[in-house]
Design a binder for this molecule. Structure first.
Ligand SMILES: Nc1ncnc2c1ncn2[C@@H]1O[C@H](COP(=O)(O)OP(=O)(O)OP(=O)(O)O)[C@@H](O)[C@H]1O
Ligand SMILES: [Mg+2]
Length: 176
């Protein structure tokens, strides 16, 4: 049985180190060649969820403006990645979803969220606790807690691909 549940803790002293963690997560995704992935991000207002999402998307090659999707619920991005396994380029969609203002379950289908969470795209979801019954099990669940020294960030995998990503992340940290 492949392992599913792994946890990793990171202490990020400032915004730059949160951005570094996001870049490292993007690298781990690229190394694992993961096409579809659900990542949920928890933490109070201003905890750093969007900061981390932006850094992940930048690390995956998104160059344009990355705005917070609070009003639109979803912001889509196209991602192109080189795949060693496929010996070519992999086209993937990434969706930044913010459920802070989500309240009506009808909105779920209206916003097309069911189709987005089809397992083929990268979905980065802020405020997953607003729709616990609708979201599938996350591959990676990230909790950010402000502390006097910056942010305490806990990463927990919920699937074998999530666990593979955390392994990548942990081994990349020991490389430096
Ligand atoms: N490790 C850190 N230490 C201190 N400040 C940080 C750290 N990481 C990010 N920040 C700062 O915290 C703020 C986080 O804002 P951000 O919009 O990312 O939060 P959020 O969790 O997405 O909030 P919301 O729930 O409102 O969407 C930013 O001002 C950023 O500069
Ligand atoms: Mg946010």
């Amino acid at each position: 049985m492949p392992e599913t549940r792994l946890t990793l803790h990171r202490h990020c002293t400032d915004e730059a180190s949160t951005i570094e963690l996001g870049a490292a997560l993007a690298q781990a995704m690229v190394r694992c060649e993961l096409p579809g992935l659900l990542i949920t991000l928890r933490g109070d207002l201003g905890a750093g969820k969007t900061t981390l999402v932006r850094a992940i998307l930048r690390g995956l090659g998104v160059t344009g403006r990355i705005k917070s999707p609070s009003y639109a619920l979803v912001e889509p991005y196209a991602i192109e990645r080189k795949s060693l396994k496929l010996k070519g380029t992999l086209q993937t969609n990434a969706y930044h979803i913010d459920l802070y203002r989500f309240s009506d379950p009808n909105e779920w289908d209206d916003a097309g969220l069911r189709e987005l969470l089809d397992g083929r795209s990268l979905c980065l979801v802020e405020w997953p606790e607003r729709a616990p019954a609708l979201l599938p099990q996350a591959d990676l669940d990230i909790t950010l807690n402000p502390s006097p020294q910056g942010r305490e960030i806990d990463l927990q995998s919920g699937s074998p691909v999530g666990a593979a990503m955390l392994h990548q992340l942990a081994s990349a940290a020991t490389d430096v």
